[in-house]
Ligand binder design. Structure first.
Ligand code: NAI
Length: 331
């Protein structure tokens, strides 16, 4: 058995973490032979709740769980970690404007970037889930200059999984038969779920998804808006935001980053190099392939006029969010 690796989850007393911790500790992320030492960060008032989570982790009797460190101190939580799931963020409260939420959360990610910079391993892989995820990842990276920018990513995998599931249902095949659907841009309502390069296996043969569905209007409208608004639909039904599916997506994202994506493209918010005419130095979701712990943007795809408009709109939103966040960080 390998030596345990240290993995941190922030927002560890919250609802996403409640599902995510089990997935990490049971081997779904780092593999069935990799023990993990879990560092659990939350804010001081949540330490009592966190104690309950620690008890439940013990009660799961998981062979791969080498130890647990619950703490309210970022520098303790981030010490020597190889993987960081940054889930913790302030939820939107009644009457709160989007701008106020961005300001509150960007400050959290500035502080956590500084702590990662000081005490994490320099090869730490950081996944930001807490919203606004893309811009939080950018700010976190900016305040952790000793860690490569490529090591900071934002989660759009939930959107990808939602999109894949919608397409599979529409075509009438199991979800794993659909691959290479793309989420471009921001994890927000401007994201662009794009099925134009997706492929599906039907009756043992591969087919382009647009040919299998043969309904351009559906792919440009209902499909796009269903995925964009899926989070709101879950809140309306559950009265709470997506948590089980968000935790599964976070596991998928980190597993593929560590262990490789094979012959599938996956969508990850990564620092933009300007590919596909997107603004540089924002965290933009692209189709990537992963191998040996590194991601690479899939190149050479055709961008239609429709796609161009969608990419420009979400890129513009990210550039604006970046500016707002940088203004907040100056204070
Ligand atoms: P939650 O409110 O149940 O849990 C959040 C936890 O974070 C709480 O325990 C809170 O005390 C903690 N927290 C707040 N400030 C913190 C800090 N400075 N350090 C450490 N912990 C801190 O929320 P939930 O449902 O677990 O969601 C967490 C975040 O994930 C939210 O920002 C939500 O919008 C986002 N999200 C992102 C998705 C994505 O696809 N990127 C999907 C679903 C949710």
């Amino acid at each position: 058995m390998a030596e345990p690796i240290k993995v941190v989850v922030t927002g560890a007393a919250g609802q996403i973490a409640y599902s995510l911790l089990y997935q990490i500790a049971s081997g779904a992320v780092f593999g069935p032979n990799q023990p993990v030492y879990l560092h659990l960060l939350d804010i001081a008032p949540m330490m009592g709740v966190l104690e309950g989570v620690v008890m439940e982790l013990a009660d799961c009797a998981l062979p791969l769980l080498a130890g647990v460190l619950p703490t309210a101190k970022p520098e303790e939580a981030f010490k020597d970690v190889v993987a960081a799931f940054l889930v913790g963020a302030m939820p939107r409260k009644e009457g709160m404007e989007r701008k106020d939420l961005l300001a509150a959360n960007v400050r959290i990610f500035k502080e956590q970037g500084q702590a990662l910079d000081k005490v994490a391993r320099k090869d730490v892989k950081v996944l930001v889930v807490g919203n606004p995820a893309n811009t939080n990842a950018l700010i976190c990276s900016k305040y952790a200059p000793s860690i490569p920018k490529e090591n900071f990513t934002a989660m759009t995998r939930l959107d990808q999984n939602r999109a894949q599931s919608q397409l599979a249902a529409k075509i009438g095949v199991p979800v794993q038969n659909v691959k290479n659907v793309i989420i471009w841009g921001n994890h927000s309502s401007t994201q662009f779920p794009d099925a134009s390069n997706a492929v599906v296996t039907v009756g043992g043969a591969q087919k382009p998804v647009p040919a299998a569905i043969n309904d351009d209007a559906y792919l440009k409208s209902t499909f796009v808006t269903t995925v964009q608004k899926r989070g709101a639909a879950v809140i309306a039904a559950r009265k709470m935001s997506s948590a089980l599916s968000a935790a599964k997506a976070a596991s998928d994202h980190m597993r593929d980053w560590f262990l490789g994506s094979g012959d599938r493209w996956v969508s990850m918010g990564v620092v933009s190099d300007g590919s596909y005419g997107t603004p540089r130095d924002v965290v933009f979701s692209f189709p990537v392939t992963t191998a040996n712990g590194k991601w690479k943007i899939v190149q050479g795809l055709t961008i239609t006029d429709f796609a161009r408009q969608m990419l420009d709109a979400t890129g513009k939103e990210l550039a604006e969010e970046k500016q707002e966040a940088l203004d907040v960080c100056k204070d």
